[in-house]
Write a protein that binds this ligand. Structure first.
Ligand code: AQP
Length: 332
C-alpha cells in the first residue's frame, strides 16, 4: 500500500465542521486503501502562543476526535508529532537546504505574520513549512491530502526532496498533493466568504464537533443567507446558502441538485431546520464517542504511545539514512 500522511493542529478544544468534512471524512475513507499516518501536529501548534496545560488538553482532545470520527488506530498510524523526535531533527537538516527567500515567499507566513505583526511573529512561524516538509518526507509519503491553502507548502516539500536527492543521492520519495475539491471547503456561517477556522476571532459562525447539539442547531438557524429566499447553489451570488448546501450534501452523501429540488418553494427556515437535524444526528455519536475516550485518558495515551512507536521506527530509518548521506559522524 502506498503511504499517505496528513495532520491537524491541536489549536482548539474542539475541531470544527470544516476539519470534519474537509479532512476527517476523507481520511476515514483513505485509510482503507493507503498505509496512512495521521498526526496531531503539536509542534506546529507551538508557532503561535499557547498555554501549556491547555495545549496538552487540546492535543488529547484532537486525537480523541480523530478516533471518534472513524480513524482507527489499529488500521492507521495515529500519533502525536512530538512523540517522534525525528520530526524536529529532520526539520533542522531541511532548514539548512531551504533558501531564506524561498521560505519568505510562503503566503501562509505572510498572512499570519501580518496578523500578529513582525515583532510578535516567531522564527518558528517562519520555518513552519520546513517542519511540515520533514513530517511528510520522514515517512517516504506518496500522497498528502491537504486543503488548497497548503498546496504551496507541499510544493516546497517536493522542491526540498528533489534538492536533497540531487545533492546527496536518492533518499526521499517525492510526494504528490491530493487537493480537496472546492465542495469540501466550508465557510464561516456568519461570514460565508471566509474559511471556517478553529482560531476564528468570533465563534458565532463556527460549528464545533464537540458543542452541545442545541448550540449547533442555533448557529445554523442564525446562519447568514440572502434575501432571495430560494435554496439554490451559487457560490458567488449566494455564498451563505451555497455553504449550507455543501455541508448538507457532504454529510448526507446527497447531490446538491437533489437538495435544491427538495427545498424548492420552501423557505430558508425549513431548509435550515433540515440541515440542523442532519448536523445534530451526525455530530451526536461522534461527540459521545470522543467524550467516552476522553474519560479514560490513560487508555488514550496508551494507544497514542503504541502508534508513536510504530511511527518512530519508520521515521528513524529515514533520518538515519539522511544523517549518513550528509556526513554526520555516527556515535558508536
Ligand atoms: N473550512 C474548512 N473547510 C474544509 N477543510 C478545512 N480544513 C480546515 N478548515 C477547513 C482542513 O482541516 C485540516 C486542519 O488543518 P490544520 O489544523 O493544520 O489547520 P487549518 O487548515 O488552518 O484549519 P483551521 O481549523 O483553520 O485551524 P487554525 O485556526 O488552527 O489555523 C486541513 O486538512 C484543512 O485543509
Amino acid at each position: 500500500k502506498a503511504r499517505l500522511y496528513s495532520g491537524m493542529q491541536p489549536s482548539a478544544d474542539s475541531l470544527q465542521i470544516g476539519n470534519y468534512i474537509g479532512a476527517l471524512l476523507q481520511w476515514r475513507d483513505l485509510q482503507e486503501s493507503y498505509d496512512a499516518f495521521f498526526s496531531v501536529v503539536d509542534l506546529h501548534a507551538l508557532t503561535v502562543p499557547n498555554d501549556p496545560a491547555e495545549l496538552r488538553e487540546k492535543t488529547r482532545r484532537t486525537a480523541a476526535q480523530y478516533i471518534a470520527a472513524g480513524i482507527e488506530p489499529s488500521k492507521s498510524t495515529l500519533y502525536v508529532q512530538s512523540h517522534v523526535s525525528a520530526h524536529a531533527e529532520l526539520a533542522w537538516i531541511l532548514s539548512t537546504i531551504t533558501g531564506f527567500g524561498e521560505a519568505g515567499r510562503m503566503t501562509q507566513f505572510k498572512d499570519k505574520s501580518s496578523r500578529y505583526g513582525a515583532e510578535a511573529s516567531s522564527v518558528g512561524l517562519f520555518t513552519y513549512p520546513v517542519l511540515m516538509a520533514a513530517d511528510i518526507l520522514l515517512y517516504q509519503t506518496a500522497i498528502v491530502p491537504v486543503g488548497d491553502d497548503q498546496k504551496q507548502h507541499v510544493e516546497l516539500t517536493r522542491d526540498l526532496a528533489e534538492r536533497f536527492n540531487a545533492r546527496y543521492g536518492d533518499t526521499f520519495r517525492v510526494p504528490v498533493p491530493m487537493i480537496q475539491q472546492d465542495t469540501a471547503r466550508i465557510y464561516d456561517l456568519q461570514n460565508p466568504t471566509s474559511k471556517m477556522s478553529k482560531s476564528a476571532e468570533s465563534t458565532a459562525g463556527v460549528l464545533w464537533l464537540l458543542d452541545d447539539p442545541s448550540a449547533s442547531a442555533k448557529k445554523i438557524m442564525r446562519a447568514v443567507t440572502d434575501s432571495e429566499g430560494v435554496v439554490r447553489y451559487d457560490r458567488n451570488a449566494k455564498p451563505g446558502v451555497s455553504n449550507l448546501l455543501v455541508i448538507y450534501a457532504a454529510l448526507t452523501g446527497r447531490q446538491i441538485p437533489s437538495l435544491e429540488d427538495e427545498y424548492a418553494g420552501r423557505g430558508y427556515g425549513d431548509f435550515k431546520k433540515g440541515l440542523a437535524e442532519v448536523v445534530v444526528n451526525e455530530f451526536g455519536p461522534v461527540r459521545e464517542r470522543a467524550l467516552e475516550l476522553l474519560a479514560d485518558p490513560a487508555e488514550l495515551d496508551r494507544v497514542l504511545a503504541k502508534n508513536a512507536d510504530h511511527a518512530a521506527s519508520v521515521a528513524e530509518e529515514t533520518l538515519s539514512t539522511v544523517y549518513d548521506r550528509i556526513g554526520l559522524l555516527r556515535r558508536r
